[in-house]
Design a protein around this ligand. Structure first.
Ligand SMILES: Nc1ncnc2c1ncn2[C@@H]1O[C@H](COP(=O)(O)OP(=O)(O)OP(=O)(O)O)[C@@H](O)[C@H]1O
Ligand SMILES: [Mg+2]
Length: 137
């Protein structure tokens, strides 16, 4: 069973400064709970990707950071939520190099590789929620 260890941090994402704030909060959370510097970096990096996706593809949204424990291990959960256009084809969106904009198309695929658990819930016209977990080694 997954147990929540802290009250979740909610960071609204409306502009580039919010993205930086979300990254810093995520890195600090990882540092405070003894995650390695690599894990701290990975946490900040994936937050940057999903938060930029909110700005680039959905206009605004929210990043939620959670600290959880399951089977004696600690994990950082990063959730990126928006009520934007949704993703019509998730399989395509997760391919390296696929972008409907002018990006490199490496954001989602890279985040999936860097994190241990990765899930996308999306509905066209409704929005997108990306949920990812990094477990402490
Ligand atoms: N929150 C979102 N809402 C709607 N569509 C999204 C969202 N996030 C990603 N997508 C879609 O998935 C595609 C792939 O996302 P990904 O982050 O991999 O690439 P990108 O944002 O286009 O470029 P990059 O992240 O490399 O700058 C996007 O081009 C977009 O079509
Ligand atoms: Mg992107």
């Amino acid at each position: 069973m997954m147990e929540q260890l802290l009250e979740a941090l909610h960071v609204p994402i409306r502009n580039d400064i919010d993205v930086v704030v979300a990254c810093q909060k995520g890195r600090l959370l990882a540092e405070q709970f003894g995650f390695s510097s690599t894990e701290q970096f990975v946490t900040a990096t994936v937050i940057a990707e999903v938060a930029h996706n909110i700005l680039d593809h959905a206009y605004s949204g929210e990043v939620i950071l959670d600290l959880v424990e399951e089977e004696g291990r600690m994990g950082i959960v990063v959730i990126a939520m928006d009520e934007g256009p949704g993703i019509p084809d998730v399989t395509m969106a997760l391919k390296d190099g696929y972008s409907t904009g002018h990006g490199l198309g490496l954001g989602l695929s890279g985040a999936r590789r860097l994190m241990d658990d990765f899930e996308i819930e999306t509905e066209v016209g409704r929005g997108t929620t990306v949920t990812m977990t990094k477990w402490k080694v």
